[in-house]
Design a protein around this ligand. Structure first.
Ligand code: PBG
Length: 332
């Protein structure tokens, strides 16, 4: 290194620690690793098929046989956990989402198959009725179309217990009904599943970023929106209240969703709580990066890593992301 004059008489030169890659690595505050990632995956009925989701390039709906193979690959890459979402045929949907707790249902069969094929993989199931209801809402409706809380929780409880019976390691209520975490915890314990955990979608916002996911599952609400149960994007104090309630009711991990437009919420919750905090880098966040990448407008791989790092830096301990497999390959 050639000598440099101190023309400005500076004492502090932060650039000193940025001069070489090794120096930069030494002072790097946040690291993204494969252990941070949870991979959301879609399963559908049938055999021998995978179908790409149009609005989520690189994401597929897999039939169970294909999913088992894909999951083996994903686990071999070091990904510890998947979050499972089912595509339910219209014919099996009804007003109350009763297929959700069918012991022979798609989710239940898939969980059992995965626990057989990759027993060490953490299988997390989604607990919400929207893939199962004919109207596409996360709960039961009254005559005016209002989503009934306590009646819905009764169904969610049955659903969660059926997932535990199938072998799920954790259940993840994503419905935003009041009191569901406590009710699920009680029911799991009563059924002997004291070791099945709850990853609570605690601060889940009524977000337009879920669009591509609803395409993937054909689960968009047929009427109205989800604003009477999911949170108002304008609120942050309320997020803390939701998190506190879920922890008091027995949540093992709390989640903020979506991630990128809510990094401030992730930070606040990380500071306020003493359980792991997850963030869901949702379908719309994925689709925007993919679209720009496919157009050659951004360096996709770098943007993916920077995005996930930012979620981690904001305070997330875990990230649910459709980029999980790609990132695991990049980090190898
Ligand atoms: C279902 C559920 C949704 C997502 C996860 N679980 C959609 C919704 O609430 O409408 C969204 C995930 C994503 O957009 O990636 N309750």
């Amino acid at each position: 290194m050639s000598p440099q004059p101190n023309a400005l008489n500076l004492i502090s030169r932060p650039r000193r620690l940025r001069r070489t890659p090794a120096l930069r690595r030494m002072v790097q505050e946040t690291n993204l690793t494969v252990n941070d990632l949870i991979y959301p995956m879609f399963v559908m009925e049938g055999e021998n098929q995978k179908v790409e989701v149009a609005s989520m390039p690189g994401c597929y709906r897999y039939t169970l046989d294909f999913l088992v193979k894909e999951v083996a690959e994903v686990y071999a890459l070091g990904i510890n956990a998947i979050a499972l979402f089912p595509v339910i045929p219209e014919a099996k949907k009804d007003e109350t989402g009763s297929e959700s707790y069918n012991r022979e249902g798609l989710v239940q069969r898939t969980v059992a198959a995965l626990k057989e094929s990759t027993p060490d993989l953490v299988v997390i199931t989604d607990v919400a009725l929207d893939p199962f209801t004919s109207h596409g809402h996360d709960g039961l409706l009254d005559e005016e179309g209002y989503i009934l809380n306590d009646e819905t929780v009764e169904v969610l409880v049955k659903m969660a217990v059926s997932h535990a019976e199938a072998g799920a390691d954790m259940v993840a209520p994503s419905d935003m009904m009041d009191g569901r975490v406590g009710a699920i915890r009680d029911a799991l314990d009563e059924a002997g599943f004291t070791n099945v955990g709850i990853l609570a979608y605690s601060a889940k916002y009524a977000s337009a970023y879920y669009g591509p996911f609803r395409d993937a599952l054909d689960s968009a609400p047929k009427s109205g929106d989800k604003k009477t149960y999911q949170m108002d994007p304008a609120n942050s104090i309320e997020a803390i209240k939701e998190v506190e309630l879920d922890i008091a009711e027995g949540a093992d991990i709390v989640m903020v969703k979506p991630a990128l437009p809510y990094l401030d919420i992730i930070s606040q919750i990380r500071e306020e709580t003493d359980v792991p905090v997850a963030a869901y880098n949702v379908s719309g966040e994925y689709a925007m990066i993919k679209a720009a990448g496919q157009n050659g407008w951004i360096d996709e791989k770098k943007v993916i890593l920077e995005t996930l790092l930012s979620i981690k830096r904001a305070g997330a301990d875990l990230i649910l992301t459709y980029f999980a497999k790609e990132v695991a390959l990049m980090l190898k």
